[in-house]
Design a protein around this ligand. Structure first.
Ligand code: FUB
Length: 318
């Protein structure tokens, strides 16, 4: 009788590979969407520094496909959108000793005053901030305590209200943080980037059905707030002439992404082109809502500054 042991061992190894942290550089070439196929990645945040685009992601490793198992975050870079490098694991949920959830939810990194600040969420313990001298890390907890907790989300009662930080550095030098689940909050950051400056406020406007995943970007004097709406999630957007609003709802930007109940985007300009970075659950057979994969497609504007709906493609940019 043939033994199934080798097959079983292979399956166990593959599962472990996905759960493992990265301990060396890993180079790969983009071949379409999903962009990243050697592990499950989610909640992308992009940052351009000089001629390099840095991609910060979450890392899914659900064993049963029924819930999140996210123990660390990942960082990737490219200079041409084709050749990519993944760096050793830069940040783990256990680096935040105050976290009780064990889940490394969405984050967003930025650069200021010679340092990189990575705002991250946990599942219920709050939003933290980690700091590093280099984009690829390693990062360490900058505060030893959460930057924000559910108590700061004054209009919310559920445990996971304080998630999904999005940082935005405006042209006038003011840094802003947006975040939330169910309700969208925002506040200024102090120049040191690790303290909230002043009051926490809520984003409110007509037809704003906010689930999570806020992201702010600016182009030609217009502020764009993109965010996940409904469930399963689509991406919607609103525009304003002022970071604090009033925002005007502009409609759906991206439809439900294949085989994933969440939809978490980054919008970025790199070398004169705009990109929409998101995740889906579309790695065939074993991808899904808790084993997601980062994808990239182009983003285009209409003449009046509004956004054309994203066309999600299998081919991607390549
Ligand atoms: O990845 C965990 C959570 O799912 C994120 O914080 C949300 O944005 C959603 O993508």
């Amino acid at each position: 009788m043939r033994s199934f042991l080798p097959v079983l061992l292979l399956i166990v190894c593959l599962c472990d590979l996905n759960a493992q942290t990265q301990d060396s550089l890993y180079n790969f070439q983009a071949k379409g969407n999903p962009l990243i196929t050697h592990k499950f990645t989610a909640d992308p945040a992009a940052l351009v520094v000089g001629d390099t685009l840095w991609l910060f992601t979450g890392h899914d490793s659900s064993r049963d496909g029924r819930g999140y198992n996210m123990k660390d975050w990942c960082v990737f870079s490219t200079t041409d959108m084709v050749h990519w490098t993944e760096y050793p694991t830069p940040l783990k949920i256990t680096d935040f000793t105050w976290d009780r959830s064990g889940n490394a939810y969405a984050g967003h990194a930025t650069y200021r005053n010679g340092k990189y600040y990575w705002y991250i969420s946990t599942n219920g313990s709050g939003i933290g901030v980690a700091v590093s001298d280099r984009p690829e890390g390693p990062y360490k907890d900058a505060l030893g305590k959460p930057l924000l907790t559910r108590q700061d989300c004054f209009a919310s009662t559920h445990g996971w209200a304080c998630i999904d930080p999005a940082v935005f550095l405006d042209d006038d030098g003011v840094a802003w943080l947006f975040w939330g689940n169910g309700q969208c909050y925002y506040a200024r950051l102090k120049d040191n980037m690790i303290e909230i400056d002043g009051e926490i406020r809520q984003v409110k406007f007509d037809d704003f059905v906010f689930e999570e995943a806020p992201w702010i970007h600016k182009r030609k004097g217009n502020y764009y707030l993109t965010y996940a709406t409904g469930f399963p999630e689509k991406t919607a957007y609103a525009m304003s002439k002022n970071i604090e609003g009033p925002y005007t709802y502009k409609g759906i930007l991206n439809e439900v992404a294949g085989h994933s109940n969440t939809n978490h985007q980054a919008v970025v300009e790199f070398k004169g082109k705009w990109y929409f970075v998101y995740h889906n659950g579309a790695i065939q057979r074993n991808g899904g809502s808790y084993n997601r994969s980062v994808c990239i497609d182009r983003l285009y504007y209409n003449r009046d500054g509004s956004l054309k709906r994203v066309v999600m493609t299998t081919e991607g940019l390549w």
